[in-house]
Design a protein around this ligand. Structure first.
Ligand SMILES: O=C(O)CCC(=O)C(=O)O
Ligand SMILES: [Fe+2]
Length: 345
């Protein structure tokens, strides 16, 4: 049997793969930073400092977040959601895949384009994962089995929604606006959030080494947690694939397509992929795509557009952009390449 959610962490050292206790994750992450290309070390942002009463500390951490958004587009967030809530959510997802049988899970296979819960099993050369997608916000949908699954992931969504509003405030300030600017522009209080809970390899076997092919995600940002490190890679500004090794008590944040559109390309949505490790390690991830409300018209904001910087993206509602390629809302597929105008860089 593979590892239990939240107990073990896997790190890759060169060609060798080791499974290590989660409690050693911080230490190992430090060790890895010496062997990684330090230029591409993922920044860490302390959520609590963004709202510090100490003016200097707050200004310093807002500046750090601004740089993380502009120079990376992704970062580890600490002190956002309590570790026990994250652990319980991952355990809930693990239980969903372990304590239900495939027939029960397949009840959530595609029924129609308005599905609010959807299960799928992909096992071919281009994609290898089993997933459960649920709409987490503005209404929360979730299978009722196993017991505690709904509550465990519901607590995580509640915490992450607060963090989403907090990050919107912080980024609004960084951009020189009043703090509810992004929240209002994206109508985040009615924001459309979808969570993809993924199991790799699907049913412990895969056909090929790709878990999820390279892609970007729509929305404001994606928050991601995982039970073992290794597998998720993000393409940095410098063109390097960086392995996402989430420190203990942190959440990985990757800006989404609609932040790139809103900022007229100042903040980029980054390509990422999941690479499997020859079926040797079971991995669970929970990727939540935090989006604007479905009726929000998203286009580059006036502050990012002028004569020397014309709009590099076409505007449309979030719903239209999710359906542009014939996908359903719950698929949360990117349409960024179709939204870029010839002026995009
Ligand atoms: O499983 C992961 O680490 C990432 C999954 C992902 O990128 C997605 O569901 O959009
Ligand atoms: Fe993704």
């Amino acid at each position: 049997m593979a590892n239990t959610a939240g107990l073990l962490t896997q790190q890759s050292f060169g060609l060798e793969t080791k499974v290590i206790p989660r409690s050693l994750a911080n230490f190992i992450n430090l060790a890895v930073s010496f062997t990684d290309q330090s230029d591409d070390q993922v920044p860490t942002v302390d959520y609590s400092l963004l709202f510090s009463d100490d003016k200097n500390e707050r200004a310093k951490s807002l500046d750090h977040l601004g740089k993380a958004c502009q120079e990376f587009g992704f970062f580890y967030l600490i002190n956002g959601v309590e570790e026990s809530v994250v652990e319980a959510a991952l355990k809930g997802v693990s239980d969903f895949f372990e304590l239900t049988n495939q027939e029960e899970r397949s009840e959530y296979s595609k029924k129609n384009s308005r599905d609010r819960i959807r299960w799928g099993l992909r096992s071919h050369a281009g994609e290898n994962r089993e997933y459960l997608k649920v709409v987490a916000h503005p209404e929360y949908h979730c299978p009722t089995k196993p017991a505690h699954f709904r509550d465990a992931i519901g607590e995580y969504f509640k915490g992450m929604h607060e963090v989403e509003l907090g990050l919107a405030k912080a980024i609004s300030r960084i951009l020189g606006h009043e703090e509810t600017y992004i929240e209002k522009e994206l109508k985040l209080k009615a924001g459309f959030d979808v969570c993809a809970m993924n199991l790799y390899p699907p049913s412990f076997q895969s056909k090929g080494s790709i878990g999820v092919p390279d892609h970007t995600d729509p929305g404001f940002f994606v928050s991601l947690i995982q039970d073992v490190n290794g597998g998720l890679q993000v393409l940095s500004h410098k063109g390097n694939w960086v392995t996402v090794s989430i420190p203990r008590n942190a959440i990985f944040i990757n800006l989404g397509d609609h932040m790139e559109i809103l900022s007229n390309g100042k903040y980029k949505s980054h390509i990422h992929q999941v690479v499997l490790d020859n079926n040797r390690v079971k991995r669970i991830s929970m990727a939540t795509l935090h989006g604007p409300s479905l009726d929000t018209f998203v286009a580059p904001l006036p502050g990012f557009v002028d004569e020397s910087c014309p709009p590099a993206y076409r505007g449309m509602t979030y719903k239209q952009s999710l359906e542009l390629n014939g996908s359903d809302e719950i698929d949360v597929q990117s349409s960024l390449s179709q939204l870029r105008t010839p002026l995009a860089v």
